[in-house]
Design a protein around this ligand. Structure first.
Ligand SMILES: [Zn+2]
Length: 65
């Protein structure tokens, strides 16, 4: 499955998307304390939403961000 990357400016924005997908889509939410960034992986939207600015590639297999 190919996931599209979507950059959100704030964590609040990411949270808004999480709320919208809740109960409708299968999603995974990752919080990185190191980057102070919130990342939502939504398999319903086929999108990765994050406020992490320096993300270049999402490696789902390795689970690394
Ligand atoms: Zn969704």
């Amino acid at each position: 499955m190919k996931l599209k990357f979507e950059y959100c400016e704030t964590q609040e924005e990411v949270r808004k998307h999480i709320k919208e997908c809740e109960g409708k889509h299968i999603q995974q939410v990752v919080y990185s304390t190191f980057h102070d960034a919130l990342t939502q992986i939504c398999f319903g939207c086929k999108k990765v939403r994050t406020n992490m600015s320096n993300i270049v590639e999402v490696d789902l297999k390795g689970g690394k961000f």
